[in-house]
Ligand binder design. Sequence first.
Ligand code: CP3
Length: 347
Amino acid sequence: MTETRKPILAALAGETCQSPPFWLMRQAGRYLPEYREVRTRAGSFLDLCYNPELAEEVTLQPIRRYGMDAAILFSDILVVPHALGQPLDYLEGEGPKLDPVRSAADLGRLSRDRFHTVLEPVYETVRRLSRSLPPEVTLIGFAGAPWTVASYMVEGGGTKEFAAIKGWAYRDPQGFAALMDLLVDVTADYLCAQIDAGAEVVQLFDSWAGVLPVAEFRRWVIEPTRRIVARVKERHPAVPIIGFPRGAGLLYEEYASATGVDAVGLDTTVPPQWAARALQSRLAVQGNLDPIMLVAGGEALGGAVTEILEALAGGPFIFNLGHGITQKTPPEHVAELARRLRAWPQR
Ligand code: CP3
């Protein structure tokens, strides 16, 4: 029997749990008043990411309120380019801004020399959390996948069209591959360092996987992910890896079989009944409530949760959102969701 295994780890090992374990992407954040208070005290968002005491505190806040089965390290995917020396700022209301990397010359200005030194406070946050978390709660580390991190590095921030990164990748795939190879290397290293510090599971966020045509999806999403998974597994074969290729659509199946991940995160658009047949027979799945259902609450939320549970709770499954929680989410709706999940399978 496996009663001693933490629920998230059981699901990731392929077990079906009585009531599915859950956590929520971006579960720490601005929808919580206690987050906003610490965020103000920290100064800038990056100051918060690099302050182990405060980052530990905001990681624990949603666990205290709602009792999720996993805590995700509080940090951001863009600390990786920052630790490579790319200037980064978060502008209020505008999101991240970086000095774009668009050529071999720009790439030459990045350096791995201070990578782990800059990220040491993140590792310290993980060490603190692995001591302070309740014993049944799983600690998840994370990184952005190379394609998504590169999109911010090349575009210089968020983008709707991906014109600069696609332009580079399509016109000069070999030159662009130098950036992607660097990201594969440092991301594998970064995840291993989080595991050494106490992360029990790691997730790769590929939020912009869904913008590529099929050949480029294979080259810039599947292949880099496969290489990172292989490197992390070489050093830490027992640590489960969750891949989240948001927007992968029909390519979810190929991503799931070709990358070597232990579980896939489903975005909001994936039909859960399809995922049960096509994916869950092979690996654990995670997802995929529309974050706006959590803003809506009430009957809409209840119906959407039931549909997902009916389709997926009969196999290895972690309940989550299909994308990050939004700032306008009423905290009491998250409490309502937690109650519904804990009551399952009662009718
Ligand atoms: O899940 C968690 O609670 C852990 C923390 C976490 C954050 N970002 C905190 C954050 C995680 C896992 C991320 C991942 C992340 N960051 C992704 C991948 C997931 C996704 O949502 O697609 C991406 C693309 C980023 C890059 C990023 N960071 C953007 C685009 C922004 C601005 C968004 C906004 O709402 O302003 C951030 C900032 C950020 N990262 C915030 C938080 C809590 C808000 C910053 C603040 O408090 O002012």
